[in-house]
Design a protein around this ligand. Structure first.
Ligand SMILES: Cc1ncc(COP(=O)(O)O)c(C=O)c1O
Length: 377
């Protein structure tokens, strides 16, 4: 593929830190670079306590577990998001209450959240900012959750660095998770960060991610190392990946985020000039990071949209479909709350376009020209 959805942007800095880690011979968890990365991303997310782990899926599992989700519990999950949001709930044995999205920013629909609460009384909610755009109803949802004692897991895997009302997303909930797998806003291969401002929750997920072995530091008696206090997982990030993460986060605000926003703004302009609809709208008082750019073919039938996508692939332009609506994945325990099945409509009509950091204006113009040609064919 000539134009990838999101090619990782790596520099000599990441190489330098990886080499440093290799030279230290410390390859496993809690490496020096990983610890520096955690401190730096904690400043960006405005969360005091951060832990680097092995994937966004693992971080969601940890988040739910450390908030105390049990098999009898219900968790609100947006119907339009990565399947990991759903599978993490299943890993806890709990039931997902799938709530449809609103059509502008593709975030959770506030009215439907209220309906879901009335019907199922869930105690947890996952708030996801889709493709780099803060969810429109974020504040209403947060206030509703506070009033009804619903705990929030805020997922900024697709929106690291975006802002709402002047505040960066990531510290609106009780826990934040952010995947940093290779094609995200920062990418290390497979990895994630889990963070919070609540010390007790941090201690809980740190223990769970470390096999629930409480005596694991060099200061603890050596013979206590293999004692475990309960069920636990091996989820901590290894040092080589933590080293890439350190390089990426040091370049994030000065370089990476700026490149993304530039690409996003060109897409918005160029799609408009060609009478095509950008896939999402920028909600009031929000500053998106345009993680992935998309086009919404409101008037085309699903087969025509798929044909355009397949033909773009053939000429080296990588495309993605929207998320498969989660209510269609029948192997999971779930209930679906919707009014107009917006997530199904988005899945049918959206095409995710190449959005790499270094995409040039001329590349974007070419991609859009090809889309226009295929649309009129
Ligand atoms: C919103 C969201 N949450 C969670 C995940 C899962 O993260 P990972 O792929 O690192 O397990 C993803 C996708 O990668 C995602 O887009």
């Amino acid at each position: 593929m000539k134009y990838l959805i999101n090619k990782p942007n790596l520099s000599n800095l990441e190489k330098e830190y990886v080499l440093k880690a290799l030279k230290s011979t410390w390859l496993s968890a809690n490496g020096e670079n990983t610890k520096i990365f955690e401190k730096k991303i904690s400043k960006i997310l405005k969360n005091k306590y951060c832990l680097a782990v092995q994937s966004g899926t693992a971080s969601l599992h940890l988040a739910l577990k450390s908030l105390g989700v049990k098999s009898s519990d219900k968790v609100i999950v947006p119907n339009y998001t990565c399947v990991s949001n759903l599978s993490a709930v299943a890993q806890c044995g709990a039931t997902s209450i799938l709530v449809d999205i609103e059509k502008d920013t593709l975030g959770l629909d506030y009215e439907l959240v209220k309906e879901a609460y009335k019907k199922y009384k869930p105690k947890y909610l996952q708030l996801v900012h889709v493709y780099g755009f803060p969810a429109k109803d974020t504040h209403k949802i947060i206030n509703f959750c506070k009033r009804n004692k619903i705990k929030i897991i805020e997922d900024t895997s697709e929106a690291l660095g975006s802002k709402l009302n002047g505040k960066v997303v990531g510290s609106f909930g009780d826990i934040n998770v952010t995947s940093i797998r290779s094609e995200k806003m920062i990418g290390v291969g497979e990895g994630a960060i889990i963070s919070t401002n609540i010390k007790k929750i941090f201690e809980k997920f740190t223990l769970l991610a470390s096999r629930s072995a409480p005596f694991r530091t060099s200061k603890d008696p050596y013979w206590k190392k293999y004692y475990v206090s309960g069920e636990g997982y091996n989820y901590l990030m290894p040092h080589l990946l933590g080293s890439v993460a350190r390089g990426q986060i040091e370049r994030f605000e000065k370089e990476l985020i700026k490149k993304k926003i530039k690409v996003g703004k060109i897409y918005i302009n160029e799609l408009k000039k060609n009478n095509l609809n950008y896939g999402q709208q920028i909600s009031n008082k929000s500053k998106p990071v345009y993680w992935l750019n998309s086009v919404m073919f409101t008037k085309l039938k699903v087969n025509k949209v798929r044909k355009i996508g397949e033909n773009l692939k053939k000429i080296g332009i990588e495309v993605r479909s929207g998320f498969w609506p989660l209510n269609l994945l029948k192997t999971f325990k779930s209930h679906y709350i919707t009014k107009n099945n917006i997530s199904q409509n988005v899945f049918n009509k959206i095409l995710i376009l190449p959005s790499s950091f270094d995409l040039k204006e001329k590349d974007i113009k070419l991609i859009i020209k090809k889309i226009c040609k295929l649309q009129n064919k």
